[in-house]
Structures are given as structure tokens and as C-alpha cells.
Design a protein around this ligand. Structure first.
Ligand SMILES: [Zn+2]
Length: 472
């Protein structure tokens, strides 16, 4: 009796010990994801690529969108385009389609936009090709007239001191053509566009002209956002075509006292009602787990915004439509978001991030396509290292959709603030031509290459398929 009792206690202790050892593993076992079936996944990737390239359905939709014209935030046309896309999503049979109201800034270019050398022995009456920068104040009817001083950077501007008073400052720093990464070159030169007017006004200047931030050396000026601060006087700010920037630089050397007149009648109106557009395929097993793919529906008012970012929003829509065409039923909810107002305020991104932060949904991944319609190259991931390593393990599958690399990096302006997502991801197509078109009349549907664009849809769809199947 005594012996068997001791046996009992010993056995009980053993069972408890074994349970304690195995308990954590039991949890792990129950959560082990499906093992990767590379062969089956490659088959899906190949089908996504074949379907996108053969049907060219996204390309046709992008043409329809581009034909509607530019979509600057606050414009009637931008809302018209959003309603057009909403109807398309409904016709394609997405499970849910809805609008998220957003108030957006409303700046209008007006119909007066001119710059001319009006005082000079050598260059009188020479007109300069300009685009007003988005957000700039206008001038009165006579415009502003002043001598021009050229600087390459803010240090040179500060060094001018009192000499800058009453002058138009010409900021001529180019996008560094020697960098392989055009986005880095853009980052290095765009400061003169965004804060140039504030910096110049601080030293008493009356206007600013910048060299367009571009990789194309034509004479098409490139616009983009500029900002003011209420404590610094507001002065008009315009971009010069690249060739006219070269011309002006030489002209000032030959005639330093030449004077330029700038006339603008742009203005800022009260904020306007607009919307984020959201469409989704509801997940069959985990409807509360969401994978977002998005771009921005607004564009600048130069060109038609086919590349920036018509391409990104239509690719996002096409990911869902490719799933439908191939009858892939996602386990998790796949959601495309057409963010509004990325170009001059990011009010749509703020609104969606706020929604995501307060929703009971769990955001798994948030992918952004806003780097144009070029050939797919890679995805950059803003996530912790184990998640990045997991996604890197999918490269043998993603290579079938033209993806060469997956690495740590930034995502994009529209998904970067979805902080509770496991990964924020940027889609990176080839960037060499992106700034040829960016924010200018060069951004037309004709510059979209159908194969490169459609491969982008297939690459993003393949990544979404992998995230849906294996989680992050
Ligand atoms: Zn963009």
C-alpha cells in the first residue's frame, strides 16, 4: 500500500512534468503555419503572370481612367474619377465597396502662369517655361518684377544675406544624375521645391524659381507641393523647365542685372469634400485579418497622372480582380484602398490610418504601389527581422513574377502610418524613368508600357497570395 501510494505520487509528478514541458510546444504546434508548397505556389504565380499579361485588363482600365484627365485633390474631376472606380469595383463583383469621407485642400492653378525677361539688353522678351508649384500664392495683375540671383543650395542662399532682399531667387540644384537610385536623387533636390519659398522669404526675397526636379532634360516644367509657414512672409514659387533653367543660368552670367516678371493667378479655396475608396474580397476563414494594397487616386493637374499614381491604384484593383479571374478564394480579407490627397496633404492616408488604429480588424500587411508602372524589381519591407526573413524565403516563388529582391526599407506615404500592421511594404518597380514623367505634362497614358505595368499587378498579386496563404 505504502509502496503503491509512492508510485502514484511519482507518476503524478511525472505527468505534470511532461505536461509542463510539452504545453508550450502544444501551443506552437497548433499555430504552426502550413508548410510552404513551393511547387504549387509557383504554379499560381505563373498563372497570375500569364493572366495579367494576356488579358491586359488593368491596362484597359488605366486608359479609361487616364482619358478622364487629371485628378488634383478638391477638383470635380478627382471625385468623378473616384465614383468611376467605385462603379468598376461594384461591376467586378467585389464583396464590399465603400467610401470613406475625407476633407482635402483645394488649390487651383488658374489660367495665368507666365515668366518673362522684361529688362535686359540681350534677352528682353525671352519667355521662360514655368509651372506654378502646388500651394503657391498668386501675384497681382502686374505680377512681380525683380532681378534674379542663382543659388545651388540653402547655404549659398543664407550667404547672400541682404543682397537677396527684393530679388527673385533661382534655386538651380539638379536631381543628381550620377546616382543609380533616382529616388535618392529626388530626395536630395526636392527640398528647394518644398521649403524654398520659406527659406528665400527669410532673407527678404520676393519670389522663387526652381530648376524642375527631373531626370529628363527637356523643357517641360515639373510641379509638386510647396509649403508656407504663418510666421514667414508668403512669396510665389514656380518651377522652370530644365532647359530654361540652363538658359537662365547662362543669361544671368552675361547680364546680372536682367529682370524677370512672373504673373500667376493661382489660389487656395476652402477645403473640399472628397473620399478614400475601398473595395474588398472578404476572407473565407479569417475575415477580420486584412491585407491592404493601395495607391493614391489624386494626381497633379499637369499631365493625366497615368504613372503617378493611376498605375498604382489600378494595380491594386487588379490584384483583387486577378484573384476573381483565377477563382482564388482568399482566407483573409484582401482590400484595395484608393487613398486621396497624397500629393498635397496626405489627408486620405491620415483618415485610413486612424480607421485602422481604431478598428477591431487586424492589419496583416499594407502594400503601397506609388513608384510608377516600370518593370517589377523588388519589395521593401518595414517590419521586424523575423517577418522579413520569412518573406525572403518566398523569393523562389516571387521570382516567377519578376521580383529580384526583398529587403528592409520604407513602404510609402499612404501606408506608412498603418502602424499596427505586421508589415508595411513598398512595391519597387524599375525607377530609371519615373522622374522623367513625375508631376508634369509628360505623365500621359502613352508612356505606360502594358507588359511592365501588368507584371506589376501580377507581382503584387503573388505577394498578396503568399501573405494570405502563410500569414506574416
Ligand atoms: Zn505618387
Amino acid at each position: 500500500m505504502e509502496k503503491s501510494l509512492r508510485h502514484f505520487w511519482l507518476n503524478l509528478a511525472l505527468v505534470i512534468l511532461i505536461s509542463l514541458i510539452l504545453f508550450p510546444f502544444n501551443i506552437t504546434f497548433s499555430q504552426t503555419p502550413e508548410t510552404i508548397n513551393t511547387k504549387e505556389d509557383i504554379k499560381i504565380a505563373d498563372q497570375l503572370v500569364r493572366t495579367a499579361l494576356t488579358d491586359r485588363k488593368g491596362y484597359k482600365l488605366l486608359k479609361e481612367l487616364s482619358d478622364m484627365g487629371p485628378r488634383l485633390s478638391g477638383s470635380e474631376n478627382s471625385v468623378k474619377a473616384i465614383m468611376w472606380a467605385k462603379k468598376k469595383m461594384e461591376e467586378l463583383g467585389f464583396d464590399k465597396v465603400w467610401l470613406q469621407p475625407v476633407l482635402v485642400p483645394h488649390w487651383v492653378r488658374g489660367d495665368v502662369e507666365s515668366a518673362e525677361i522684361i529688362k535686359s539688353q540681350l534677352f528682353k522678351n525671352r519667355k521662360l517655361n514655368i509651372a506654378t508649384l502646388g500651394g503657391s500664392i498668386g501675384t497681382d495683375k502686374e505680377g512681380i518684377t525683380a532681378e534674379v540671383m542663382e543659388v545651388k543650395n540653402f547655404d549659398e542662399l543664407k550667404a547672400l544675406g541682404k543682397k537677396a532682399e527684393g530679388k527673385i531667387i533661382f534655386m538651380s540644384r539638379p536631381l543628381d544624375p550620377g546616382l543609380i537610385e533616382t529616388f535618392r536623387g529626388y530626395g536630395g533636390a526636392v527640398g528647394q521645391r518644398v521649403v524654398g519659398a520659406m527659406m528665400a522669404a527669410q532673407v527678404g526675397a520676393v519670389g522663387v524659381m526652381i530648376r524642375s526636379v527631373t531626370t529628363k532634360y527637356d523643357n517641360v516644367p515639373h510641379t509638386g507641393v510647396m509649403i508656407y509657414n504663418d510666421t514667414i512672409p508668403k512669396i510665389p514659387s514656380v518651377a522652370l523647365g530644365y532647359q530654361d533653367a540652363d538658359f537662365l543660368s547662362e543669361a544671368i552670367k552675361k547680364d546680372p542685372s536682367l529682370e524677370v516678371n512672373i504673373k500667376l493667378n493661382c489660389k487656395t479655396l476652402p477645403d473640399a469634400q472628397s473620399y478614400n475608396l475601398i473595395g474588398e474580397l472578404t476572407g473565407s476563414e479569417f475575415p477580420n485579418e486584412v491585407i491592404v494594397i493601395g495607391g493614391h487616386s489624386d494626381s497633379w493637374d499637369k499631365g493625366v497622372g497615368a504613372n503617378d499614381d493611376g498605375a498604382g491604384i489600378i494595380q491594386s484593383l487588379e490584384v483583387l480582380d486577378l484573384f476573381k479571374r483565377l477563382n482564388i478564394k482568399p482566407k483573409r480579407t484582401i482590400r484595395c484602398v484608393f487613398f486621396i490627397n497624397e500629393e498635397n496633404g496626405s489627408k486620405g492616408a491620415e483618415k485610413y490610418a486612424e480607421y485602422a488604429a481604431n478598428s477591431s480588424e487586424k492589419h496583416i500587411g499594407a502594400i503601397e504601389s506609388d513608384e510608377g508602372a516600370g518593370t517589377p524589381r523588388g519589395f521593401s519591407l518595414d517590419a521586424d527581422s523575423t517577418v522579413i526573413a520569412k518573406v525572403q524565403g518566398w523569393l523562389p516563388v516571387l521570382e516567377h513574377a519578376s521580383i529580384d529582391w526583398l529587403r528592409k526599407g520604407g513602404s510609402g506615404a499612404d501606408v506608412g502610418d498603418i502602424k499596427n500592421a505586421i508589415a508595411r511594404i513598398g512595391y519597387n518597380p524599375d525607377p530609371q524613368r519615373y522622374f522623367d514623367y513625375h508631376h508634369s505634362d509628360n505623365d500621359q497614358f502613352s508612356i505606360i508600357h502594358p507588359r511592365e505595368f501588368e507584371l506589376g499587378s501580377a507581382a503584387i498579386a503573388t505577394l498578396v497570395y503568399m501573405i494570405d496563404k502563410y500569414g506574416l
